[in-house]
Design a protein around this ligand. Structure first.
Ligand code: AMP
Length: 214
């Protein structure tokens, strides 16, 4: 399976990608997670990316395309991939097409997860993630009683730096501006499939599965 999960921050791409990735034994490639790891381990990439991410802006296309080029050629992706957070701009989408041609592999589809932007802001402001197992929680929906530790593994829960209200607004502005041409690009290629991401995790998963199986 080689697909892209597309949609605004907070729409549930990471959650759906994790489920699909374990079901299909396919690599989940989250560029946001990769950048956050680089930031927390203090690499050169992390140092460059931190200020940009904290401001809700996009890391440069050159850097992102370089990261994707490397990972798609690695053994991790031999059973396919679920891209989460890439591509986010038209140059990234075009570069991905060239790279896939070069690697002689085909993209099967782009799942566009749609959600009302007010709901996106609500979800992002109430999102917590586990530092150990990566599970993402929603304070409003998941009935978390103790917001300091993960109900699954006991790891510390954290609120992402870029999930603050001012940064959320900036990220959504950037999302709308930069991703509209990406959607058009994949629509023209006949690869775009729209999914309403407003229902439960299980229902959204069922819809995505039916698209993937077709
Ligand atoms: P995410 O976790 O996907 O919301 O990504 C968090 C942040 O990482 C974004 O707000 C950007 O600053 C950066 N980022 C992640 N993926 C990309 C990308 N494909 N292009 C540019 N910046 C990215």
């Amino acid at each position: 399976m080689r697909i892209i999960l597309f949609g605004p921050p907070g729409v549930g791409k990471g959650t759906q990608a994790k489920i699909l990735s374990s079901e299909f034994q396919t690599a989940h490639i989250s560029t946001g997670d990769m950048l956050r790891e680089a930031v927390s381990s203090g690499t050169e990439l992390g140092k460059k990316a931190k200020a940009i991410m904290d401001a809700g802006q996009l890391v440069s296309d050159d850097i992102m395309i370089g990261i994707i080029r490397e990972i798609l050629q690695s053994p991790k992706c031999k059973n396919g991939f679920i891209l989460d957070g890439f591509p986010r701009t038209l140059p990234q989408a075009e570069a991905l097409s060239l790279l896939l041609d070069e690697l002689k592999i085909k993209l099967h589809g782009v799942i566009n997860m749609e959600l009302d932007l007010e709901e996106v802001v609500k979800r992002l402001s109430s999102r917590l993630a586990c530092t150990q197992c990566g599970t993402i929680y929603n304070l409003l929906l998941d009935g978390i009683l103790d917001s300091s530790s993960c109900p699954k593994c006991g790891g510390a829960l954290f609120h992402r730096d870029d999930d603050k209200p001012e940064t959320i607004r900036k990220r959504l502005e950037v999302y709308i501006l930069s991703t509209t041409p990406v959607k058009e690009y994949y629509n023209k290629l006949g690869l775009l499939r729209n999914v309403n991401a407003g229902s439960s995790i299980e229902d959204v998963h069922t819809v995505i599965l039916s698209i993937v199986n077709n």
